[in-house]
Ligand binder design. Structure first.
Ligand SMILES: [Zn+2]
Length: 229
């Protein structure tokens, strides 16, 4: 028996040349998104997100229906585009003259077009990265609804996913997060050790970290005398 994931991969291989596929995978690797979103997109394209269809295929459940609309099997594509809440959110984001194409294509073409063609969303920036961030937050909020009972109205959800995705894009563009050029700086190994001060003195060693996007920061310190106590 051929699974729906295998069907997706077969269709991908039939419709794209090997060279096109390599360009596509390279595109995913170079999205301006957090690493977890890159992995999420990779799994979504391969049909391997943990949906009821996947769980049924793995004999983990008897019911593959969508827990939200309870109408059709819960596949990756259904969760991310066609389920009632996801569709309501996308309908607010995608310009009306582009919606027929956005909602009318099948899963492989949907990912291909939105990742490879920057004009798809009618958005004046890096649509591929923005699209993937929106998709990620739709998936994340859906999980919160299914597993935690946290439910937002389509309007509230639209505001939430667009603000979170825009926040990341702005942070990326300002170089505050995820700037790969940081990784290109030359590195050198520096060995450090604690050295005691003369008797009668106390030394304070401290360190801290801050998350720029959320504003959360924390710091700790340790006081030691000349004996290291
Ligand atoms: Zn549904």
């Amino acid at each position: 028996m051929v699974s729906f994931q295998q069907v997706q991969l077969i269709r991908l291989s039939h419709q794209w040349t090997r060279q096109n596929q390599q360009v596509f995978w390279q595109k995913i690797l170079h999205l301006n998104v957090p690493e977890r979103v890159r992995v999420f997109v990779w799994l979504a394209v391969k049909g391997k997100l943990s949906t009821n269809s996947v769980r049924k295929f793995r004999h983990l459940t008897y019911d593959d229906k969508c827990p939200e609309c309870k109408e059709v099997p819960e596949t990756n594509f259904h969760c991310l585009r066609d389920c009632v809440v996801a569709k309501a959110v996308w309908s607010k984001i995608i310009p009306s003259n582009r919606q027929q194409q956005f909602f009318g294509v099948e899963v492989d073409e949907w990912f291909q077009k939105n990742l490879m063609d920057n004009s798809q969303g009618g958005w004046p920036g890096d649509w591929a990265s923005y699209f993937c961030l929106l998709t990620w937050y739709i998936w994340k909020c859906r999980n919160d609804t299914v597993f935690k009972g946290i439910r937002m109205s389509p309007s509230t959800l639209h505001n939430y996913v667009t603000s979170k995705a825009s926040e990341w894009i702005k942070a990326w563009e300002s170089g505050k997060v995820g700037n790969r050029s940081i990784n290109k700086l030359p590195r050198s190994e520096i060995l450090i050790s604690w050295s005691a001060l003369p008797g009668g003195y106390v030394k304070l060693n401290s360190d801290g970290a801050a998350q720029i996007t959320s504003g959360v920061a924390n710091a700790r310190g340790v006081l030691r005398n000349s004996y290291g106590d």
